[in-house]
Design a binder for this molecule. Structure first.
Ligand code: NAD
Length: 393
């Protein structure tokens, strides 16, 4: 899995087909058209009008059945931007047909489906990437560098507070949105994955969560607030909160280690290093009110390509030249584990260990899906967050 250059056909550009060309997929179409490593050669959407719009705009063949696109011979790789439940089904079919695959987040709604997606990538040897573009920002690249260099030391505590406001009109913009049967969750499965991805990347994966989930503000059947107490394999504790009912939005992360503390507030990164590590200072210092000397390090953020385009470009370069993937598909399961654990814990009101019990989660999800009620008052809109495309195309 990972970067396997295509040996069968010498490619100058990766021929990309986009499956699901609504809000996000149409943004990907524009990027694929603009990048020098990719060529947009087909699009697919269940909705005929959407297909017609895109085929006219880009002058490429269109399909309403993803299986037809996959077997068309027109593409080397697919980008999947349908509602989440379809990601593994379409991705597995594409890889089994010899195509590389870039999946939108989350790679799946449940860990069991994510396992199957990863297994298919391993078995077929196709390049499998996930659209986790938040990883590409200068702040996250620098924070990873600090942690990987060992400057933070062993992690003692983490926290992430991630409000990401949505109004009712957003939830009413699609029949699938905010339903157990169409989406498989609320804020956790839709807005939270990017934040969780970087939280796991920097703080590691907890081994146990004790969570709460609830629907506080919106007229939806899934959660718009969730929080969790976290326990890590080394005994560290953490806290996590996500919601769509609070403004202004933001991402605040604290990762506290033996040798320092890293703070992220959206695009601002601070790193405080300790002259003496906490375990050492605690036993060696003899003065009653002593504390370790703290230095705020001056950080230089890297200049780099960011956003969806950076992930798409890197994915294509992985296929063409074997460049290391910035967001490998196998990393995509981590956020699904965390999300499933929170939902399971919140719904069953008990601590849940990670890895999540696959069968227990499937059973819960099936029950929740059965409770799903078809939405009324839907005004379908296929438009992605304009702030997202402007800031991080
Ligand atoms: N990476 C990001 O920044 C980002 C941002 C927004 C959305 N997303 C992800 O993109 C996906 C789509 O979200 P969206 O907001 O674009 O939704 P959307 O409703 O605007 O678009 C989804 C499109 O998929 C089509 N579709 C549904 N089932 C299909 C199928 N089986 N085959 C082909 N087409 C199908 C729909 O007709 C629709 O046009 C979600 O998984 C979401 O999490 C990612």
């Amino acid at each position: 899995m990972g970067c396997v250059p295509n040996k069968r056909r010498k490619m100058e550009k990766v021929r990309v087909g986009i499956i699901g060309v609504g809000g996000m997929g149409s943004g990907h179409a524009k990027n694929v058209k603009e990048l020098e490593e990719t060529e947009l050669t087909a699009v697919c959407d269940l909705d005929q009008e959407t297909v017609d719009k895109l085929t006219q705009e880009y002058n490429v063949p269109g399909f309403t059945d993803y299986k037809e696109l996959i077997k068309s011979g027109l593409v080397d790789a697919v980008f999947i931007a349908t509602p989440h439940y379809f990601h593994p089904e379409i991705g597995i079919a594409a890889m089994e047909a010899g195509l590389h695959c870039l999946s939108e987040k989350p790679i799946a709604v449940s860990v069991k489906e994510a396992d199957a997606f990863l297994e298919a990538a391993k078995r077929t040897g196709k390049v499998f990437g996930v659209m986790y573009q938040t990883r590409t920002t200068p702040v996250i690249r620098k924070a990873r560098e600090i942690i990987e260099s060992g400057k933070l030391g062993e992690i003692r505590r983490t926290s992430m507070i991630n409000p990401d406001y949505r109004c009712q009109a957003y939830y009413d913009s699609g029949t699938w949105r905010a339903t157990w049967s169409g989406e498989g969750g609320g804020v956790l499965i839709n807005q939270a994955p990017h934040g969780i991805d970087i939280f796991m990347l920097l703080g590691g994966m907890p081994s146990r969560v004790t969570a709460r989930v609830r629907t506080k503000l919106h007229k939806i059947e899934v959660e718009d607030e969730a929080d969790a107490l976290l326990e890590y394999p080394n005994g560290a504790w953490g806290y996590y909160l996500v919601s769509t009912d609070e403004a202004p939005v933001g991402k605040r992360i604290e990762i506290s280690g033996d040798k320092g503390k890293l703070l992220i507030e959206d695009e601002v990164l601070r790193f405080y290093s300790l002259k003496t590590s906490i375990p050492e200072f605690t036993v060696e210092n003899k003065a009653m009110w002593g504390g370790p000397e703290i230095v705020e390090e001056k950080l230089e953020l890297p200049e780099c390509e960011t956003g969806h385009k950076a992930i798409a470009k890197n994915f294509a370069r992985c296929i063409l030249e074997g460049e290391k993937l910035l967001a490998p598909g196998e990393d995509g399961i981590k956020s699904v584990e965390f999300i499933n654990a929170i939902i399971l814990s919140g719904k069953k009101n008990k601590p849940v260990d990670i890895p999540v019990n696959r069968e227990e989660y499937e059973e819960l999800l099936e029950t929740l899906k059965k409770s799903s009620i078809q939405k009324k008052n839907v005004k379908v809109q296929r438009v992605t967050d304009p702030g997202l495309t402007e800031k991080r195309s």
